[in-house]
Design a protein around this ligand. Structure first.
Ligand SMILES: Cc1cc2nc3c(=O)[nH]c(=O)nc-3n(C[C@H](O)[C@H](O)[C@H](O)COP(=O)(O)O)c2cc1C
Length: 354
């Protein structure tokens, strides 16, 4: 029966109706998408890395005014103002803190003491083991097919590896879009699925139509991984910009990086010191050139050019391989209902053991 809930350790932990997460995506996961996902029974997660702290506070309040369901906030643990963002999460009584990079044990403890559920995102087994040992309540594991910053190990290999390694609920991400995927993830031992690209491609997402059209038109081979944007493997649609970045030399990269960094500084109100501090935090422990550090600091502007301004020519369109399989724009309510119905149908079709 498609209306029978599928209860898992994740739905119990967070108090949502379905084992589905709409992930925090910069410039995409704003109050409208998050409240629509939450009202549909999924865990909606606000992306805060591309908001100022004041914008984050008002976005949290807007979600709350549109939905009574639990939701989360995604933040970068290495951001210079992470403490201020955590303060907002605590002040505003947000249910879930999601982290793009592993948060420190003290930060996890501070959130947990206040009753916030802590769910870091990881792309490798050893990171999952580390955050589990530090007290994370659950872990979101993203396989290489996933959109945005991503690893190289496919979900089908990484997910069972992480499930076997930790005792906390594991949420599977990277390549999911339907009920078959949800059942497959549960069969691997996950407690739910998290989807980015699929929620970006809904009628509730505020991404401009021209940009959504590019994703809908894309085939699996049109989604690529490049390190040329910010030095880290980043999955996105292959465009002329991506091809140009792949070809360009060091000087051209540095000039482009400086141009974008100053635009980001202007729009975000950040000081150069803060831009450099965030860039250095990213550089720490990695082999990045200065142009990559600057590009890293302004990657949000490249994403904004597409996701907010609709510039398919200038912007970065982050997305997973699954974009190649998606060809419609349902509402979040239609999507979640469809996934649950497909999951039940899939479970009903599984061979019975005699
Ligand atoms: C446009 C876009 C922006 C993203 N921004 C973030 C982000 O700010 N923080 C984060 O933790 N993950 C981010 N991600 C990764 C997603 O949260 C998610 O883990 C990923 O999309 C899952 O793979 P899928 O696209 O195959 O569903 C982003 C992904 C996309 C497509």
């Amino acid at each position: 029966m498609s209306d029978t809930p599928i209860a898992t350790a994740f739905t119990e932990l967070v108090g949502v109706r379905t084992p589905i997460v709409q992930t925090g995506m910069g410039w995409v996961a704003g109050p409208r998408l998050v409240s629509a996902a939450a009202n549909a029974g999924a865990l909606g997660i606000l992306a805060s890395a591309t908001m100022t702290p004041e914008q984050l506070r008002s976005a949290v309040r807007e979600v709350r005014s549109r939905s009574g369901a639990p939701f989360g906030v995604n933040l970068r643990a290495d951001a210079s103002d992470a403490g201020e963002r955590v303060r907002i999460i605590l002040d505003e009584g947000v249910k879930v803190a999601s982290f793009a990079l592993a948060p420190r044990p003290e930060l996890i403890a501070r959130l947990k003491d206040a009753g916030v559920v802590v769910i870091p995102s990881v792309g490798a087994r050893r990171h999952a083991e580390k955050v589990a040992a530090w007290g994370a309540d659950a872990v979101l594991v993203q396989g290489g097919e996933g959109g945005g910053h991503t690893g190289s190990v496919a979900t089908t290999v990484l997910l069972p590896q992480v499930v076997d390694a930790v005792d906390i609920p594991v949420i599977a991400a990277g390549g999911f879009r339907d009920g078959r995927g949800l059942v497959a993830a549960l069969a691997y031992g996950a407690a739910g699925v998290a989807m980015g690209t699929r929620f970006l491609l809904t009628s509730d997402s505020t991404v401009p139509d021209a940009v959504k059209a590019r994703y809908l038109a894309a085939g699996v081979q049109d989604v690529t991984v490049t390190t040329k944007v910010d030095g880290l493997p980043h999955r996105m649609l292959r465009t002329d910009l991506v091809d140009a970045l792949e070809r360009s030399g060091r000087t051209a990269s540095l000039l482009r990086a400086l141009r974008h960094a100053s635009a980001f500084k202007r729009d975000s109100g950040m000081s150069w010191a803060a831009v450099i501090r965030d860039g250095l935090a990213m550089k720490h422990g990695r082999e990045l050139t200065w142009s990559q550090v600057l590009l890293a600091a302004n990657t949000p502007m490249l994403l904004k050019a597409a996701m907010v301004d609709g510039r398919t020519d200038l912007g970065v369109m982050a997305g997973g391989q699954v974009a190649g399989l998606i060809d419609d724009l349902p509402s979040c309510a239609e999507l979640v209902e469809r996934i649950m119905a497909e999951a039940h149908a899939t479970l009903g079709r599984l061979p019975t053991v005699v």
